[in-house]
Design a protein around this ligand. Structure first.
Ligand SMILES: N[C@@H](CCC(=O)N[C@@H](CS)C(=O)NCC(=O)O)C(=O)O
Length: 216
């Protein structure tokens, strides 16, 4: 196996890369990283000093690719089956990348902050900060809702934008319910039914008990 993905099944950003890998049926070695284990963390840091997953290692090409969006870009460039994840038309490709960036920066990252706040020690919580991040997620929903086409973000073709949208919307829905954004809720439903996504969700299920917002 030439490709190795350093990941964790519960990690939202890893889902973006996993969906792309499953979508294009690309063979790879999944390397689950336990950041709580000092030896495993050190081994991962030797691959990518920031120790944030996902990271893709392509041994024959001597390439280490961090950052979930770049992993999808790399797969689209190097694996024939993944080419359509980044549209060939430069203008459509730019809009796809824009959506990926907006979803990450204005939905996914504020959601991640809400989780971080929840994981703080009892005497270090920041309810005001959490509420500010919930407001940012709402603004993020407002921002992306009119940009999402049907059935997929860019229309008929499943792309990088959809790989980004699933983890952001799936998880953020636990912090800010999508009920007031019916278009996004319906889109999330279509995403969940996609086989590549269903596989990712299925593999995460045994770990879901560790998701801090699982009970709201
Ligand atoms: N911008 C990065 C974000 C990666 C990221 O934040 N990964 C999280 C898991 S979802 C992580 O590694 N967290 C562990 C840590 O920060 O120690 C990407 O798109 O890959």
């Amino acid at each position: 196996m030439t490709l190795t993905l350093y990941y964790h099944p519960l990690s939202s950003f890893c889902w973006k890369s996993l969906i792309a890998l499953y979508e294009a049926d690309i063979a790879f070695t999944p390397r689950l990283v336990n950041l709580g284990d000092p030896a495993d963390r050190a081994a991962f840091q030797a691959v990518w000093p920031l120790a944030k997953f996902p990271v893709l290692r392509d041994e024959p090409r001597g390439q280490t690719v961090p950052e979930s969006s770049l992993i999808v870009e790399y797969l689209a460039r190097t694996q024939a089956g993944a080419a359509s994840l980044v549209p060939a038309d430069p203008d459509v490709a730019m809009r796809t990348r824009l959506l990926d960036r907006l979803i990450d920066n204005y939905v996914h990252l504020p959601f991640q902050q809400i989780v971080s706040e929840r994981m703080r020690p009892d005497d270090r919580h920041d309810p005001f900060g959490a509420e500010q991040n919930r407001a940012k997620v709402r603004e993020g929903y407002d921002l992306i809702a009119p940009m999402i086409a049907s059935p997929w973000a860019m229309g008929e073709t499943f792309t990088l934008a959809d790989c980004a949208a699933l983890p952001a919307l799936f998880y953020a829905d636990y912090a800010v319910r999508l009920a007031d954004w019916p278009g996004l809720a319906a889109y999330l439903g279509r995403l969940k039914a996609r086989p590549s996504v269903a596989r990712v969700l299925d593999e995460a299920e045994p770990w879901f008990q560790y998701f801090p917002l699982k009970d709201g």
